[in-house]
Design a protein. Structure first.
Length: 64
């Protein structure tokens, strides 16, 4: 494996946790509110991840 030396285990763990959270939100959504729950789950995860990206970008640029 060429990339094995610089592959982040933290990134894989984060992907597993985020994927599991989204999958749970999609799989266990109540029948009556399935569409709303799917939209809310994906919107919440998108906002959370974008917030984390912004925070890390500000940290790397020295703004924080």
């Amino acid at each position: 494996m060429l990339s094995a030396g610089f592959t982040s285990w933290e990134g894989h763990l984060g992907g597993l946790l985020v994927g599991g959270a989204v999958a749970a939100g999609l799989a266990y959504a109540p029948q009556q509110r399935r569409v709303a729950t799917h939209v809310a789950t994906n919107t919440a995860m998108t906002v959370l991840l974008l917030g984390l990206v912004v925070m890390k970008s500000l940290q790397l640029t020295g703004a924080i």
